[in-house]
Design a protein around this ligand. Structure first.
Ligand SMILES: NC(=O)c1ccc[n+]([C@@H]2O[C@H](COP(=O)([O-])OP(=O)(O)OC[C@H]3O[C@@H](n4cnc5c(N)ncnc54)[C@H](O)[C@@H]3O)[C@@H](O)[C@H]2O)c1
Length: 383
């Protein structure tokens, strides 16, 4: 694994847990973690349960006993690490968004396609697909329970940069992050929409805004957990603070999206609602064990949104966890991701979302930026 902060910790927990919960054809061994700072990576290896540590990620690629490289770094290093790992015949799990540019995402997708011919697997970390209520939502829609889809309403609202004195962490720098709220959290609701509806976004009209144009320089490497700054020196914010767009979907539905890290009071407010001719479904990440379902085929006297507690063993991923009604949390989706990847590797199948799926998200991000710059409707190229 490369990178050991927020996602590195979440992925480590998943690698530690996955084979204890699920019966899988292959077993994860946490061989080597890479980072840039020797003392910090050593401490992380010890804390997170890795056998060894290195300050050179290339060691992951050259060591013969390593089969899978898990990329948990900011977007500016995804392409270089993934391309090297795939070329060396390693399976790759790469965090989202896949890359910082469409060009990088295309190169990564081409490399993943070439590697597949040799049995090498590549997957992108859009983890929210693996929240059981979200996977179940997809199943209900695929079974036709909503009929013809008409509206998607998707928002991802956070508030951690509301204070203008919050430092200029890597997520606020275009060369490191690619884009701001758009790629960081907007990418999740783009993937979730395409995943649950089974439809592709075909065109967008968007706008982006940066409310705070300069921020104090951060201490350390600008990782979120170490973001404190008392610096009087400031640097420019080079990404969007908020991104809004409307879209058309390939099956005829229309959609609205809002991604912002300036929604005061909203901590991790990812919500999606889908309205179809026969019903509606709504999901809220802050209540992730629940799904709201309105079944318009019921008699008029029984109509109304009902809350489904998605904790039954028949619900996706849940038979291996706790008894009915005993809730799961944020970290479980990472274990589900590790499960799906190990199963695919063991069975020789392609894990989803593929790099091509993630390139599809990248093309939407790019179209929103183009639309915002030109104030025009922009068709989305399909990967
Ligand atoms: N799937 C999700 O829900 C989710 C959630 C958060 C972040 N992410 C994605 O995960 C990735 C990492 O984000 P994070 O929140 O963990 O960031 P973070 O700042 O918490 O951690 C980044 C880590 O990468 C290391 N790093 C940075 N550049 C490096 C380099 N060139 N070589 C080696 N190590 C390097 C840092 O030292 C740190 O350990 C990003 O792509 C982000 O978009 C995904």
């Amino acid at each position: 694994m490369v990178g050991y902060a927020f996602m590195g910790e979440a992925h480590s927990q998943a690698w530690r847990t996955v084979n204890r919960v699920y019966d899988l054809p292959v077993h994860a061994r946490m061989s080597l973690v890479a980072g840039r700072d020797k003392a910090n990576v050593a401490a992380a290896a010890d804390c997170l349960g890795w056998e060894a540590h290195t300050t050179d990620w290339r060691e992951l690629v050259t060591r013969e006993d390593i089969d899978l490289v898990d990329i948990c770094t900011p977007g500016d290093s995804h392409a270089e690490i993934a391309l090297a790992a795939l070329a060396a015949g390693k399976h790759v799990l790469c965090e989202k968004p896949l890359a910082n540019t469409v060009e990088e995402a295309r190169a990564m997708t081409a490399a993943a396609d070439a590697a597949r011919a040799h049995g090498v697997r590549a997957m992108c970390g859009f983890t929210y697909r693996r929240v059981p209520a979200v996977t179940f939502m997809r199943r209900l829609i695929a079974d036709g329970r909503l009929g013809e889809l008409r509206h998607v309403r998707a928002v991802y609202l956070q508030d951690w940069i509301t204070d203008p004195e919050f430092p200029l962490v890597w997520r606020l720098q275009k060369d490191k992050a690619g884009s701001g709220a758009l790629g960081d959290i907007g990418a999740h609701i783009i993937d979730m929409t395409q995943f649950v509806t089974g439809q592709k976004i075909t065109g967008v009209s968007g706008l982006t805004e940066t409310f705070v144009s300069e921020r104090p320089l951060p201490s350390g490497d600008g990782a979120l957990g170490a973001a404190t700054s008392s610096s009087v020196d400031k640097g420019p914010v080079t990404v969007d603070d908020a991104a809004l767009f409307v879209a058309r979907l390939s099956g005829g539905a229309v959609a609205t999206f809002e991604a912002t890290r300036m929604a005061t009071g909203r901590k991790n407010g990812l919500r999606i609602e889908i309205n179809g001719s026969k019903g509606s479904l709504a999901f809220d990440l802050e209540r992730l064990n629940e799904l709201e379902f309105y079944d318009a085929t019921l008699p008029g006297t029984e109509l109304g949104f009902r809350r489904i507690l998605v904790t039954e063993p028949e619900h996706p991923y849940l038979s291996a966890w706790w008894p009915t009604g005993h809730l799961i949390g944020y970290e479980h989706s990472f274990t589900h991701q590790a499960r799906d990847l190990l199963e695919a590797i063991g069975e020789g199948t392609d894990p989803l979302p593929s790099f091509a799926d993630a390139l599809g998200v990248q093309l939407v991000l790019d179209a929103v930026e183009q639309s915002s710059a030109s104030a025009a409707w922009v068709p989305v190229e399909q990967p």
